[in-house]
Structure formats: C-alpha cells, structure tokens
Ligand binder design. Structure first.
Ligand code: IPM
Length: 360
C-alpha cells in the first residue's frame, strides 16, 4: 500500500516521540513491503515561534495532502502561565481539528496484565479492563464563544451542540459497540444542562436503529467515580468534548501510565493519530518520554487502513517490550531505557532481528 503520512511533532517531547512513530512505520513498510512516505509540518508553540501562528496555512495544507496525520504533542508552560496571551499553542490543535473536519476522538483504555502493578488502583479492580472513550471533537465549549467583560471581572464560555454533530458521532459509537461488547454508556449532565438533554433525545432516537446494543446513561460526576470503583463495567463510552477530555485522561491513569494511551481522531475525509498525553516540556531533549502511546497510535493508524496483520505485528512488539521491561522510566525504574531505545527495540522486533538487544 502507498501511504503519505504528515508528521506534526509539535512541542516539548513531540519530536522525540514522533521520531519513534516514524521508526516503527519504516520497519512495518520494510517488512510488509509498503511504500510509506512522510512530510513534516510545524504546529503549536514551535510554529508560533517560527511564524507567529499556532497552525500556519502551510501546515494545514501538508495535512490535507496526506492520507493521515501523526501528531506529537502541544503546549508550553510559557503560555499556560500567562492568562493574557492572545495566541496559544492549543489553538493550533483546535484549528487543525476544525480544518480537517475531525469530529470524533477514539481513546481505548486497556490494562496490560504485565503492568497491573503500575496502576494506582487494586489489581482485582482493574484486571481485564478494556473500554473505549469516544469523545465528540468538533463542538461544545471548545468552539463556543468565549467572552470577558470590559472590566475583566466576568467571563463566559458558551457550550453549543446541534443534532447533526451529535448524530454522526452517535452512529459511530453504536457501530463500535456493535463490534465490541454491545454496551454503550452516554455520559452527560442531563440533570443540569440543555445540551445534555439534547444529547439524550438524539441518542434515544438513534438507539432504535441498533437494537442489539444496550444503552445506558450516567451523569459525568457519577461516571468519574464509577471509572475508579469499577472500570470493567464500561465498553463504549460516548460523551461530549469537554467531558471526554477530562474523563479520558482520568481513564488513562487506570492503565498505570498516561504514556500508554493512544488515540485516533476521525473525520469524514481525514484521520489524525496522537498520544493523549501533553508536551511534557520539562523532559524535552532528555530522551526519557514514553513513546508507547505514539507507537500504539500508529497501530490504530494501520488498523484504520485495514492493515491488520501489520497492526498485530506492531502490538506484539509493544507487548514484548512491556513483558521484557524494555520501557522508559515511567514504567520501569530499575533499568534505564530511553525513548529511542524503546522505539529501536520495537522496530527491530518487527523486523525479526535476532540480536534485538545488542545495541541497547
Ligand atoms: C487533548 C488535549 C487538548 C484538548 C488540548 C491540548 C487542546 O488536552 O487532546 O486532550 O483539550 O482537547
């Protein structure tokens, strides 16, 4: 298969982790005889420093010309600590999501048997946890009007949803549940908000088309507790943009490290894959960030293009690195493997290199 991938490393550790994503994709291309090419573009604080814009037009064009985007991370404390900054790195990601029409973000949460001890929760609570958070990505408070009064003493952020935005992601959620354990949980705050009640009305209608899927509802406050008390109860979670951002990050802690959580953002035409963690600017250049979330995002990319054998080879290599503890310090404090060691191990394992350890 011929694939053009746009690589957007972004900020902080973005370059280090996307380099490992490219390395494993090159190994997959070699082993399975695919023609995979890469084009690079700036986004986030890196782009602001070079061009003044968090997503220059040229970067968006490079993404649109590609078959898929692999995104690193975005953000810089320099901007976080300045509430008056008008231009922010995160705007680059929002512009990108809008520009590529990405409307759903899929975040799988899976507990690895070899890593249950890393979770802050008890093994008996989390063992065999395997669910997906499906986050609506194009609406809600992220894209409503943000206002601050002239005296600077009051502010508002608007949350808007329409039926079309809800319906398209709901269909995706039901189809995913149909292929999994056939359970869908809509998480909202329908006891408080009109947007949540609109979500419920639309979902109730759409549910009639998927009789094989069991639908239930949960308020977001209860859901954030249920995720800790009994994460195994979930199969597919569907929720709006802001709740999805918060809940998926909470969910990633169950698995033991946010460095393991991959994601896929789906649009009508475009797809983007990215680890769910942030830019971890303190670790920039230290070669210590966990590349597994990026590498697992690459596995989702391969699955998206129906390269299932390739995705399985990649996931087998990831499982091996976890089993052998060829992992970065967030997962492994006894041995010191770097970001690039982990990427190299996984690519060489894919390529069946016998002396996969010798360079480490
Ligand atoms: C995420 C991030 C982004 C979000 C930020 C960087 C804009 O937290 O992808 O989850 O809030 O969507």
């Amino acid at each position: 298969m011929k694939l053009k991938i746009a690589i957007l490393p972004g900020d902080g550790i973005g370059k280090e982790i996307t380099d490992q994503g490219v390395k494993v994709l090159e190994a997959i291309a070699t082993k399975f005889k695919h023609d995979i090419t890469f084009s690079y573009a700036d986004v986030g604080a890196t782009a602001i420093e070079k061009t003044g814009s968090p997503l220059p037009d040229e970067s968006l064009e490079i993404c649109k010309k590609a078959d898929a985007v692999l995104f690193g991370a975005i953000g810089d404390p320099k901007y976080d600590n300045n509430p008056d900054a008008k231009i922010r790195p995160e705007q680059g990601l929002l512009k990108l999501r809008k520009g590529l029409g990405l409307y759903a973000n899929i975040r799988p949460i899976k507990v690895y048997d070899d890593l249950t001890y890393k979770s802050p929760l008890k093994e008996k609570v989390i063992k065999n946890t395997d669910f997906v958070v499906l986050r609506e990505l194009s609406g809600g408070m992220y894209y409503g009007e943000n206002k601050v009064s002239e005296d600077g003493l009051s502010a508002s952020d608007e949350c808007i949803y329409n039926a079309k935005e809800i319906d398209r992601v709901a269909h995706l959620a039901f189809s995913m549940a149909k292929q999994r354990k056939k359970k869908l949980t809509l998480i909202d705050k329908a006891n408080m908000f009109e947007t949540s009640r609109l979500w419920r009305r639309r979902i109730m209608l759409i549910a009639k088309e998927y009789p094989e899927v069991t639908l239930n509802y949960m308020f977001v406050d209860n859901a954030s507790m249920q995720m800790i008390l009994n994460p195994r109860q979930f199969d597919v979670i569907l929720t709006e943009n802001l709740f999805g951002d918060i809940l998926s990050e909470e969910a990633s802690a169950i698995a033991g490290s946010i460095g393991l959580s991959a994601s896929a953002s789906i649009g009508e035409k475009m797809v983007l894959f990215e680890p769910i963690h942030g830019a971890y600017v303190k670790a920039k250049g230290k070669n210590i960030a966990n590349p597994l979330a990026t590498i697992l995002s690459v596995a989702m990319l391969l699955e998206h293009f129906e390269l299932f054998e390739e995705a399985d080879a990649l996931k087998t290599a990831v499982n091996k690195s976890i089993e052998l503890q060829i992992t970065t310090p967030d997962l492994n404090t006894s041995q010191k493997f770097s970001t690039s060691d982990v990427g190299t191990f996984i690519s060489e394992f894919i390529l069946d290199k016998k002396n996969v350890f010798t360079h480490i």
